[in-house]
Design a protein around this ligand. Sequence first.
Ligand code: FAD
Ligand code: DLZ
Length: 513
Amino acid sequence: MPKTLHFIFGDQLSLNLSSLHHFDKNHDVILMCEVMKEATYVLHHPKKIAFIFSAMRHFVLELQGLGYEVDYVKLDDEKNSGSFEGELQRAISRHNPQKIIITEPSEYRVLEEVLKWQESYKIPVEILDDERFLCSKIEFRKWAKNKKELRLEFFYREMRKKYKILVDADLKPLAGRWNFDAENRKTPKSGMKSPKRISHKKDNITLEVLDLVAKKFPQNFGDLLPFHFAVTRKEALIEAQHFIDELLPNFGDYQDAMVADEAYLYHSLLSCYINIGLIVPLEICKMAENSYHQKKAPINAVEGFIRQILGWREYVRGVYWLYMPQYLENNFFNATRALPEFYWGEKTAMFCLKEVVNQTKIHSYSHHIQRLMITGNFALLAGLNPKKVHEWYLAVYADAFDWVEVPNTIGMALHADGGIMASKPYAASAKYISKMSNFCKSCKFDPDEIIGENACPFNSLYWNFMKQNESRLKSNQRLKFVYPTWYKMKEEKREEILKTAKKYLEKLENNQL
Ligand code: FAD
Ligand code: DLZ
């Protein structure tokens, strides 16, 4: 039998990976490697690097325990070349394989590289579909074909029917509706605290990795310790079960709520595990569905959670592969402003931004509404350069991989794609932040004021954004109340608002906001 080399990337830590279906335990070998190029293409949060390296090392042990031969290269191995292609070349000389098998990389950047390997190494390279996703690239392309608009809601309904999740025998939605979003916007209760989260014991492998990351990446933004992440499938499943039992029942109600010092609330924290393959998307959707059938969690929570995974997660991946690499070049509003220093932890008087950036620094996590309506909304209103904003999101979150981060940032948060992903920009004034969080209570700025010394910058920046982009947005039906409201204001007031925005933008440029 010819020997095959199976190259497994750091986000492919699943025993059901398509390339492993073809593994011959008598002949084949797996290559996995920690490489500087992957660890430095953006300034990853130290927790993210440690999480991925520790999970990779634990996955190797699991594979070896099951009889797979694995060739593993650590970051500090003396001869480590620092890149996937360099490590592949070295592995070819060690093992002399007749063939290379890969499950398709999740990111465009890596796929481009992989597509050159057959020619470079004169060895057949077979690239298999990543079957862990619930909608293949081809299937998504078919769904998108000839559609004027790609709306999540319709895609999601197809996915519910395809996987028969929360539908009856006639494929009609359980509880009579496809979508319970309207019930999932409760404001946070005063003094709201979320249940304690799980912290996993750190074994010697994790301790060694933490030591390595502390030494090699001392300058990266973010706290390496404390480190609570699960690093094996077994541990990730404990977290998943804890979420289903303790948190899912309230997930829907407080999905959009934001509370100071409470980074997690009722969110699952499972994205990083799903994204590197420790948990597969379908199993967690089924766990949530069972919880509804057993009457442990209400429909608004279960439907809301399943929509995020079966709907949004698959949808953004579809959009990514449909439009990359051009998608990353989108800049619908011609936004050019540099990323303010407070995104990297420098001082700002805006409490909401300080709080979300600080949660990000501590946990390498912030929940969806904080990413979208605080850091994302500010970037949109202040006209920050989309690529710079993208690099920030890709760096700072433990769950950040290009395929999921790019559509969420370029499309959903910044509307830089001109409306491929969302029918209107997610632009909001302080009214939204004040309603959905307790942040404004600790802030020196007043969310009810638009002009004046203490006015919250989100208010004037909101109107300034709408005014600056009037020609691009005025025909948008979903914004049809915005411009009449603007023009109903007295001219002097409008001028004052624009002046206030200008003043804040000047302060921002000087890192004084
Ligand atoms: P929960 O709120 O518990 O949701 C459950 C699961 O649904 C998540 O674990 C995730 O797998 C999935 N999900 C929810 N929303 C989305 C979404 N919009 N797109 C894809 N999957 C979703 N998610 C990432 O996984 N990686 C990223 O790099 C990333 N970057 C983002 C950047 C921006 C600007 C925005 C607005 C969102 C981004 N998201 C990203 C989506 C979302 O914010 C995270 O998936 C979520 O916050 C992860 O936390 P959780 O596991 O507690 O999610
Ligand atoms: C994110 C990341 C990091 C920081 N380091 C590695 C690594 O050293 N080795 C590896 O295989 N994967 C790493 N990853 C995840 C990869 O970037 C990701 O798996 C690929 O880019 C998928 O396209």
